[in-house]
Structures are given as C-alpha cells and as structure tokens.
Ligand binder design. Structure first.
Ligand SMILES: [Zn+2]
Length: 228
C-alpha cells in the first residue's frame, strides 16, 4: 500500500501506541516516538558478566547472553510482548528484532553464523499463525545480515505455561522438549545466536542451548528482547 493510502486508512481506523495508548500518526508506526525513545535498554551486550549471562552460569556454557530491555513488574512496556504473542501484532516482533540487531552490531553477538529462534510446537504455531521468536529473528537478520535457520531446532513436545511454575518445575517442564533436526554437518564449528522474546528463569533457553551444543564444535550465544 502506498503511504497516502496508509494515512487515509489510518484516519478511519486509527491504531494506538501499545505502550501509552496514544493514537499513532501512521499505520507503519509501531509505537509513538516518546515511548520509543524511552525504551529501558539494558546495554548488557557490552558486558559479558551481565545479570542475564549470570542466569546461565553453572548451568550451560554460553559465549554470551543478553537482553535488549528490562521490563520490571508492572512496566508500561509489558503490553508490547503481550500484543506480539497473543494479539497478532506481528510488526512488533520485527520492530523489536531490528532494535536488537542494532545494539548487537559491532559486538561478539553479531559474529554469529546463524540465528536460531526458540521454536514453538507445530500445533501451537498453527494455532497462533506465527512464531514470535522467528519474527524477532527476522528483524535481527534484516539489520545484521546474519542468516536465520528456522529448521535446526524443533519442539517435539507441547509444554504447559511456564509462568506459574517454580524454577525446578520449569526445568522439568522443558527437559527433552527440543530436538535437533537432521543435516547438522553444515552447523559444525559454527557460532549460533539463539533468540527468544523473554528470559525469566532461563529454563527454555537452557534446554535449547543444550541441544545445540550437541553439534560438534558449536558455540552458542543467547539474546532476548526482554528480561524481567
Ligand atoms: Zn506511546
């Protein structure tokens, strides 16, 4: 659609900033400029012993781990991820992925050979129509030029919601959930950047990283949009 058509459409069907609820100027905007410039960036990508990296210490060997922003409990930015996951707002995934790509550029994270999204179970992806992590990966890829591999890792079991479980229960919940696909030779000795929307206890990312590390000579980085 041309810009004038977008703007005309926007007059009749205005969209709103998912953070502050203010009407947006054009259909192409994801959030208002004020909210965009106030994003609570962590800048963890420059610090290898940051709080997200520490989550994985003693659990799985990563080359680095980071999150783009910190969403504390009750943060007004929290609805962003909710809209992305449950309200079909795919453009939020690409937008946040591009932001993540920009901060990772020039850091060791951008030396990855492939981007790997945390997979959804095929039945859940069908239900939702997309995998939010894959949308984020597409945004990162657009900025960094790193290709994505969405077939390397597969989710073979459906898991219940992680949110109400303890740390041990969360780990039990995702054990043996992920599996490597075949044709692994081309990933040997490569650097992989595993990407998800959010990191809390790290159980899901740990389970994925453990699978990826079964490939000979592989090194794994982790990056998410948000940490709690
Ligand atoms: Zn706003």
């Amino acid at each position: 659609m041309r810009q004038w058509a977008f703007d005309l459409f926007g007059i009749f069907f205005p969209s709103y900033c998912p953070v502050c609820g203010f009407p947006l100027h054009t259909m192409r905007q994801v959030m208002c400029l004020k909210c965009e410039s106030g994003m609570p960036y962590t800048r963890y990508e420059k610090d290898l012993s940051n709080p997200v990296a520490r989550i994985f210490w003693g659990r799985v060997l990563l080359e680095g781990a980071t999150a783009l922003v910190r969403f504390e409990k009750g943060s007004r930015y929290q609805p962003l991820l909710h809209h992305l996951k449950y309200n079909g707002r795919r453009e939020i995934g690409i937008f946040l992925g591009r932001k993540l790509g920009s901060v990772l550029n020039g850091t060791p994270f951008a030396e990855a050979d492939y981007l790997v999204p945390v997979p959804l179970h095929p039945s859940r992806e069908k239900e939702r129509g997309y995998n939010q992590s894959e949308l984020i990966v597409r945004g990162v890829s657009a900025i960094t030029g790193i290709p994505l591999s969405d077939r390397l890792l597969v989710r073979i079991q459906k898991t219940g919601s992680q949110t109400s479980k303890s740390r041990i229960a969360r780990w039990k919940n995702v054990e043996n959930v992920f599996q490597l696909n075949d044709e692994l030779e081309c990933f040997e000795n490569r650097k992989l950047l595993l990407i998800d929307d959010v990191v809390t206890t790290g159980a899901t990312l740990e389970a994925c990283a453990r699978e990826l590390l079964k490939i000979k000579g592989v090194k794994v980085f982790v990056a998410t949009i948000a940490c709690a």
